[in-house]
Design a protein around this ligand. Structure first.
Ligand code: SF4
Length: 334
């Protein structure tokens, strides 16, 4: 398929300022040189523990932050270089759904005002038409249009997330950054929201970047998955390949925490139990970012940052030790 979003060597550092003079004393290395693309109509899952830079990545794509360096090419245009009217035009095509639907909805606004706001700001329809358009959007997210004059507190968590989705859909976007959209919801509601997002995707030909903190959440919805650790993508491949043949020690560690129902497979699979904490992104480890927690770490891992290599068609890994053992078989070999 056609590439809709192409992120190249994206770096996002945030200065840490101290004292009355607000002198810069260091940098948070939130995102440190990541590259990936998303094809039109595809869902890329972006997974990692908190503080790995996944939310920052989403926000940088939306240009909520000015990237320190790198390119965010959307529909053939580098958003980092656009400004003014052209920027606003392109930015409209990328929307975000937030983790906490309650915090992201203004409690003093009615559903009509919340969902209608982007229509008003961007003058998409005549003011007299907004109410009708909002009703259509509510139907699209399977909410009763009769709720149009209600306030956020009158809804359940799942319904509030539907309002957030309706608002994101108001401008007819092409790409939606879904930032942990179900992690604040009850387990019983999570599947409903995921199913709705999938249905909307095929109805409206939407492309998703789906951010989550664990691999079980994105398994169902993703076509491909990227695993992030301390600002770097460690592994990226198709969903089926990632879950059946993970190559990066960090991915294997994350998957070790996900139970497999089949006891036979459970015995045979490679397991890595994660120990220790994620180091600070202010002073990340040299070489491989994962080395302080990696049971396979070697001398080279402290010296050189592993290249993000395509070891098999479409399967990218950043680890010094992953190599072809016998033709077609890749593994981390010590
Ligand atoms: Fe572990 Fe070294 Fe591979 Fe990093 S590069 S994941 S430290 S083996």
């Amino acid at each position: 398929g056609e590439v809709l979003l192409d992120v190249k060597e994206l770096v996002q550092y945030f200065p840490i300022r101290r004292g009355v003079l607000q002198k810069v004393v260091g940098y948070v290395h939130a995102v440190d040189g990541i590259s990936f693309d998303i094809k039109r109509g595809e869902t890329l899952g972006l997974v990692g523990e908190s503080g790995c830079g996944k939310t920052t990545t989403g926000r940088s794509i939306l240009q909520l932050y000015k990237p320190t360096s790198g390119q965010v090419i959307f529909d053939g245009m580098n958003l980092v270089e656009l400004n003014g009217k052209k920027m606003r035009e392109e930015r409209k095509k990328i929307q975000m759904i937030f983790q906490d639907p309650y915090a992201s909805l203004n409690p003093r606004m009615t559903v009509e005002e919340i969902v209608g706001e982007p229509l008003k700001i961007h003058k998409i329809v005549e003011n007299s038409e907004i109410r009708n358009k909002v009703k259509e959007l509510l139907e699209l997210v399977r909410l009763n249009p009769a709720y149009i004059d209600r306030y956020p507190h009158e809804f359940s968590g799942g319904q509030r997330q539907r309002i957030g989705v309706a608002r994101a859909l108001a401008l007819n976007p092409e790409l939606i950054v879904c930032d942990e959209p179900i992690s604040a919801l009850d387990v019983s509601v999570q599947a409903q929201i995921v199913n709705m997002l999938e249905e909307l995707q095929s109805e409206m030909n939407l492309t998703y970047l789906f951010i989550a903190h664990d691999l079980s959440v994105v398994k169902h919805i993703s076509d491909r998955v990227a695993v992030m650790y301390l600002g770097v993508i460690m592994e990226m491949t198709s969903r089926d390949e990632l879950y059946s043949n993970p190559l990066h020690p960090y991915t294997i560690a994350l998957l070790s925490a996900v139970p497999i129902p089949d006891p036979e497979k459970e015995i045979n699979r490679k397991r890595i139990i994660l120990e220790g904490d994620v180091p600070s992104p202010v002073d990340p480890p040299s070489g491989c970012r994962f080395r302080t927690r990696c049971p396979l770490a070697q001398e080279i891992c402290a010296k050189e940052r592993p290249e993000f290599r395509e070891v098999k068609p479409g399967h990218f890994v950043a680890c010094h030790l992953v190599r072809e053992i016998t033709p077609g078989v890749f593994r981390a070999e010590i």
